[in-house]
Structure formats: structure tokens, C-alpha cells
Design a protein around this ligand. Sequence first.
Ligand code: 5GP
Ligand code: MG
Length: 172
Amino acid sequence: MRSLLNEVEIQERVKTLGNQLSTEYANRPFTVLGVLTGSIVFVADVIRQIRVPLQVGFVRASSYRGRTTRSGALQLELDLLPDIEGRDVLVVDDIFDTGRTLAALCDVLRDRHPRSLRSAVLLTKRGRAEVEYRPDFSCFEIPDEFVVGYGLDYNGEHRHLPSIVVLEEGDL
Ligand code: 5GP
Ligand code: MG
């Protein structure tokens, strides 16, 4: 495994995002909506850097199988989704790769009539987007490599690592 982003630089960047969101969402009915499971660590860290009232909810999206770079059929599970009608919603995901997950999820969420709908991701993979949609906030741009840690997994493992590391052939 090769380190790409260490714990300190992630925490610094997440704090900056938290400050920015505290300004943007002051005096708003603010809902942070995490995309399970990859966003759990990012959500937990960023909400603790936000100093205005907010609610937290989750949805589940799955499309990814193992280490493949092709995206599979996207499945969205909305049974955990709180009422977002009239609320200012920020969808939070771990990584923007092809963008199909966030684009499809935002289409579905718009039907629930939020007051506003934006998105934040920890990572954006360079040169991979297959949709026009772009996240409103992105902490780091990374090369097209398979990464794990800080919520991101390979076959369900490595989510607990505090840094972002590149998984290489020899690690499999
Ligand atoms: P997209 O729909 O943008 O292609 O894919 C987004 C989802 O694919 C992410 O939420 C994440 O679950 C998964 N994904 C994309 N790239 C990576 C990666 O490098 N590592 C891991 N662990 N998951 C990834
Ligand atoms: Mg995901």
C-alpha cells in the first residue's frame, strides 16, 4: 500500500470545508445526507467541524464490485432517507469517480422537493467523469488509482484506516 493523503492533511482540509459550510448553511434548515457506506468517516469528521444546526441522514448507494473500474448497475436504497422537503440538503459521498452515483441520486432526491440540493465529496478522480454533473465541494483531486481508507473499502475491508492509500496489485 502506498500513502496518498495522510491523516493530518485530510483533517486540515475537512476543517476548512466545515468552516465554509458553517457560513454557507447558517440560518438554514440544513440536512447532511451521507451516502453509505463509504462516507461514514468523512460525514463523522465534517459534521464536527460545522458550527450551525443540522440534521444528519443516510441513503445507501451501491454500484461497485471489488476493484473493477467499471461501474455496475446502480442500486439506491432510500428507506433511511429523512423528510427533506423544504430543507437545504448537502449530499456527502466519499469519492466522485464516473459520477453516476451522485448524478442518479440527486435526480431521485430532487423529486422529494428539497429547498436546495448540493453535494460534497472527499475525493474526485481526475479524468473519469461520465456525466455532466459535478460536486459542489470537493476536498482533493486524485489520480485514477484505486484507493482505500477513511471509509473507502476493498471487499469490505480497510475502511478504518485514518489515511487514504493506493491499493496496488501486490496487496490483493
Ligand atoms: P461513481 O458512481 O462516481 O463512478 O462511483 C462512486 C462510488 O464508487 C464511490 O462512492 C465508491 O463507493 C466507489 N469507488 C469509486 N472509486 C473508488 C476507489 O478508488 N476506491 C474505492 N474503495 N471505491 C471507489
Ligand atoms: Mg459509494
